[in-house]
Design a protein around this ligand. Structure first.
Ligand code: GMT
Length: 372
């Protein structure tokens, strides 16, 4: 098949998932055309069967707000026409689903029917999408999609609660390439981060408010009082300063390292002992799944779809949002004893196999085939 994939090209989970899906489809001999405003971060090097089309928004002095959605819809039309695409798969509803609707209408006039699959990822429904400045267009364009998928049951339920959706929303869980994340730790790297064999705690995200990075620092501060440990922050975003200031205020800044945006997550996760994810909401928590695939147990909040991937007491633990004490106790329980930690690590890695790329990508392929 010839498939167009539209997504955010950044480090966010929706873009990562869309890129990994495109790469997996290309390996299975589908022709995949990415349509984004930048080269997606996980799309590096030359990959056969993959094409990249950049959306450019020509500037004009009149535009205080450059019309990205118009440029995106026009690029979609151009790519679909010139490459005879069979299907368009858009990830994250805003503004991709409405741009796809416009492109579809234009092509219909030329007798070209292009089915549109929209995958909902989370905040496109639960946070941004429900804002009244976006909601009518989001609801309309989701309903106009030929198929709608959500990355967890929780997100499907939230979508039905938030909008009047007239179609079935299919749940297709996010996935991880287990083989890629099954890595031996690089000893020299571990030594640089934790020279005296300290436990390594890790948080990776886009540092938005919803991630509650201040709770990561608080939990680490408590753990660090009891156990020699280090904290690695991977990623970047608006709350980085908050995390940095708090770790300075609590006197743990020497034990905390900000390593910025990283592509080689598998190498970083390989040296970690515990992943902290105290978010206010996660539709799924792809970062937590990648951690588990690398054999890293997760201590998180019990929000959104996290309970669909974390088994409490087996692959990690979950607590109420802001419950620092509970998250601290859970972290300590996992980290205190070598054997307990080893058991959590091995069960986390085992459980992640359920979401392996080889199990989930065929589900998307079967969905696409329905439109052939
Ligand atoms: O974080 C966001 O605002 C959007 C989005 C993204 O691009 O990272 O994240 C969502 O999609 C991921 C992939 O499906 C999920 O794993 C994340 O849980 C979800 N984020 C939220 O729901 C906050």
């Amino acid at each position: 098949m010839r498939i167009g994939i539209v997504c955010y090209p950044t480090f966010g989970g929706s873009g990562v998932l869309a890129t990994e899906l495109g790469k997996a489809l290309a390996q299975k001999n589908h022709q995949v055309h990415f349509i984004t405003y930048q080269q997606p971060v996980r799309l590096n090097g030359f990959i056969p069967n993959i094409f990249y089309h950049e959306v450019q928004v020509p500037p004009y002095p009149l535009f205080d707000y450059p019309p990205y959605e118009t440029a995106l819809a026009s690029t979609m039309v151009d790519v679909i026409r010139n490459n005879n695409l069979d299907l368009l798969h858009v990830h994250y509803a805003i503004p991709h689903a409405s741009a796809a609707f416009v492109a579809k209408q234009i092509l219909k006039k030329e007798n070209k029917i292009i089915p549109v699959v929209t995958t909902l990822h989370g905040t496109d429904i639960t946070l941004v999408g429900r804002d009244k400045m976006y909601a009518p267009v989001v609801a309309f364009s989701i309903n106009q999609s030929d198929a709608i998928t959500a990355v967890s049951q929780n997100l499907r339920d939230e979508t039905y609660k938030t909008f009047k959706i007239e179609k079935e929303i299919e749940v297709i869980f996010n996935f991880v390439d287990v083989k890629r994340f099954t890595r031996k730790p690089i000893d020299a790297f571990r030594k640089v981060i934790a020279p005296n064999g300290e436990r390594i705690l890790l948080h990776a995200s886009n540092f938005r408010k919803i991630k509650r990075v201040q709770d990561v620092v608080q939990v680490f501060y408590n753990v660090n009082k009891e156990l020699p440990s280090k904290l690695l922050f991977v990623g970047d975003g608006p709350e980085r300063q908050t995390a940095e200031e708090l770790s300075r205020k609590l006197g743990v800044c020497d034990q905390v390292q900000f390593v910025g945006k990283q592509e080689q997550m598998e190498d970083i996760l390989a040296i970690a002992d515990l992943f902290l994810l105290p978010s206010e909401y996660e539709s799924f928590g792809l970062a937590a799944l990648e951690a588990m695939a690398a054999g890293v147990p997760v201590v998180s909040t019990n929000v959104g779809g996290l309970s669909e991937i974390i088994i409490p007491g087996v692959t990690g633990y979950m607590s109420n949002v802001k419950d620092i004490e509970s998250m601290t106790n859970q972290a300590l329980e996992i980290l205190r004893n070598d054997d307990v930690l080893k058991a959590f690590k091995s069960r986390a890695a085992d459980h992640a196999k359920k979401y392996d790329i080889n199990n989930i990508v065929p589900v998307y392929e079967r969905l696409y085939e329905r439109f052939l």
